[in-house]
Write a protein that binds this ligand. Structure first.
Ligand code: ATP
Ligand code: MG
Length: 237
């Protein structure tokens, strides 16, 4: 359904991604593991057309999307939860959520989605009229995910949802990701450095190193792999 085909990108003249091929099937949860600076965020930016490949293509539902502007890609059914949530701090929780449904004209649909998201995140209901900038780190993360859900996407891209959160909150966020996966019929591309958490929730994954895919496989295959164990699953990694 979502496919990067031999994608290479550069920042200026510096090569960033090299010949990256990634597939995400309908309703499938896939992770992309990689260390700091490996190019994980660049992969997501390429999918939503914020970065253009110098070679290769991105396809979604049989249609080429790397030549489209970002808003068309988002409109076509891809939502992103960015690294730092990308919220509007001076706007309320309610308005931030509604921004996610920007491309939906049907008020009934928006209302139904809102109810669904508030059922998943009761905390956001309690904070509904607060400014997003006053929320805690964990609440902001939930708001970022909730906003993406309001777009009712076919694919949700998540950029390091565990980053900067205390362990208890990481568990909470991952419980939510697991729940979304079970309850919603959407595909997830999960970018993480926290391999332990990511591999517990996905079916398949890829490892990105210095801009190239060095490994791909099922969750069990990745967990059994020496590189993954040493670089991403060892204590303190
Ligand atoms: N707009 C840009 N212009 C130039 N260089 C950039 C730009 N964005 C990112 N980079 C560089 O590209 C490299 C890869 O960045 P990217 O953000 O994709 O990595 P990442 O795997 O997401 O890393 P992290 O784990 O730190 O989020 C980094 O060295 C970064 O400094
Ligand atoms: Mg990143």
């Amino acid at each position: 359904m979502l496919e990067l085909r031999n994608v290479s990108t550069v920042y200026g003249t510096i090569p960033m991604l090299m010949d990256v091929t990634i597939n995400v099937g309908k309703g499938e949860a896939v992770c992309l593991l990689g260390a700091n600076g490996a190019g994980k965020t660049t992969v997501l930016k390429t999918i939503i057309s914020m970065v253009s490949p110098v070679s290769g293509e991105v396809h979604f539902n049989g249609r080429r999307i790397d030549t489209l502007p970002s808003h068309k890609v988002i409109e076509s059914g891809i939502a992103i939860v960015p690294e730092r949530e990308g919220l509007f701090p001076r706007m309320t929780v309610a308005d931030n959520l509604l921004m996610g449904a920007y491309y939906e004209a049907d008020k009934k649909k928006i209302k139904a989605r809102l109810a669904e998201v508030l059922a998943i995140f009761p905390r956001l209901g309690e904070r509904y009229h607060r400014k997003a900038g006053t929320l805690s780190g964990g609440e902001r993360k939930m708001l970022g995910i909730g906003r993406a859900l309001l777009a009712d996407p076919q694919v949700m891209l998540m950029d390091e949802p565990s980053l900067g959160l205390a362990p208890a909150l990481v568990n909470e966020v991952y419980e939510v990701i697991g729940r979304i996966k079970r309850e919603k019929n959407l595909a997830i591309l999960l970018v993480e450095q926290n391999a332990q958490k990511a591999l517990a929730v996905v079916e398949r994954g890829y490892v990105l190193q210095k801009g190239g895919i060095i490994l791909k496989g099922s969750t069990a295959e990745l967990q059994a792999d020496k590189i993954v164990q040493e670089s991403y699953l060892s204590a303190g990694a």
